[in-house]
Design a protein around this ligand. Structure first.
Ligand code: SF4
Ligand code: MG
Length: 329
């Protein structure tokens, strides 16, 4: 059947004083109904820009969608008017950011924010909106909802505020939630609770989730599939098992060495990947990871690798798996 979200060959650039930064370069992936897809990579790899493109939140200018299409339920989002797009945001796609205060109003009681939001999207009575707000707080695991609705955001702890923001994002029962670094600002215990909450919400509502993070460890428990991004491109994509137990791209392997293990052993020393990503003003002709790659071959520097299919869902953009490359070993 048709995927819920389909992104095809997306390219996004930003013009700056230094030139045009090619932030996203040929990103293609789909999200099925009820599925959780993670986008993982270092800061600046294009993962947030990809998310903002889906929501059409790229400021144009200086941003520009140079190429590609984004379809939601078969509808080309680029063809929608800004007014129609406002209907998509929140109603079909909910968004959660790293800093909850970006979507909470500090001067309004939590209950007023929630009921107002519900009332702008649904023609129901104020009393019913309040009931829905209470249900939402229950859903996101906030105790004593009646009392909590009378409070202001600053009266909530960091973790509770993040739960509140998740409630806001779920207000209009979206089919897709996009969470950009939803746990980055939180301590490890609270992180785990929020990830559990995402799982529970998905089980109860069937919402699809795109979770964006720099930390592979965060998504092991929740994602169905993982897209690993580097320098604006997806360099490897696969199921969680494929990425964690059979990583093929040297960058993915490097990321795995720099995160705590799946079994939760956090005593392991983290090994960072040496070097920094290429300048995206003029991306390299060959593989963007070549300068940092321990396996780089001659071909890597001159020719951009294609995707090699390793299984139904597992693809890698690397010459090591491409039978056309002459291997040095
Ligand atoms: Fe390393 Fe070459 Fe693969 Fe790039 S294509 S990741 S340089 S082996
Ligand atoms: Mg970001």
């Amino acid at each position: 059947g048709q995927a819920l979200l389909e992104i095809n060959d997306l390219a996004v650039s930003f013009s700056t004083q230094g030139g045009e930064v090619q932030a996203v370069r040929g990103v293609t992936f789909a999200v099925d109904k009820g599925e959780t897809v993670a986008i993982v990579g270092e800061s600046g790899c294009g993962k947030s820009v990809t998310a903002q493109s889906i929501m059409r939140l790229i400021p144009q200018p200086p941003g520009r969608i140079k190429n590609g299409t984004i379809h939601m339920n078969g509808k080309d989002l680029a063809s929608l008017s800004e007014k129609q797009m406002r209907g998509v945001r929140g109603k079909q796609i909910g968004m959660i950011f790293q800093d909850p205060m970006t979507s909470l109003n500090p001067t309004l009681k939590v209950g007023d924010q929630l009921t107002e939001g519900i009332l702008t999207h649904q023609k129901i009575s104020k009393a019913d909106a309040k009931k829905e707000a209470i249900d939402l707080l229950h859903l996101v695991g906030i105790a004593n909802p009646e009392e909590r609705l009378q409070q202001y955001p600053h009266q909530f702890s960091g973790g509770m505020r993040q739960r509140l923001m998740i409630a806001m994002a779920l207000m209009c029962k979206p089919e897709l939630l996009i969470a950009d670094e939803p746990t980055t600002a939180l301590d490890v215990t609270i992180q785990a609770q929020i990830i559990d909450l995402f799982k529970e919400i998905q089980r109860k509502t069937g919402v699809a989730i795109i979770i964006i993070t720099h930390d592979l460890g965060v998504v092991a428990q929740i994602a169905d599939r993982i897209n690993v991004m580097y320098a604006g491109e997806i360099v490897e994509t696969g199921t969680v098992k494929e990425i964690f137990y059979d990583p093929q791209h040297p960058y993915t392997r490097g990321l795995l060495h720099s995160v705590p293990r799946l079994d939760g052993d956090r005593s392991q020393k983290l090994v960072p990947i040496v070097g920094s990503p290429p300048d995206l003003f003029s991306p390299p002709e060959g593989c963007a990871f070549a300068r940092r790659c321990d396996y780089a071959m001659e071909v890597c520097v001159s020719l951009d690798p294609d995707y090699t299919k390793l299984s139904n869902k597992h693809y890698t953009k690397c010459w090591l798996q491409d039978t056309r490359a002459e291997k040095p070993f």
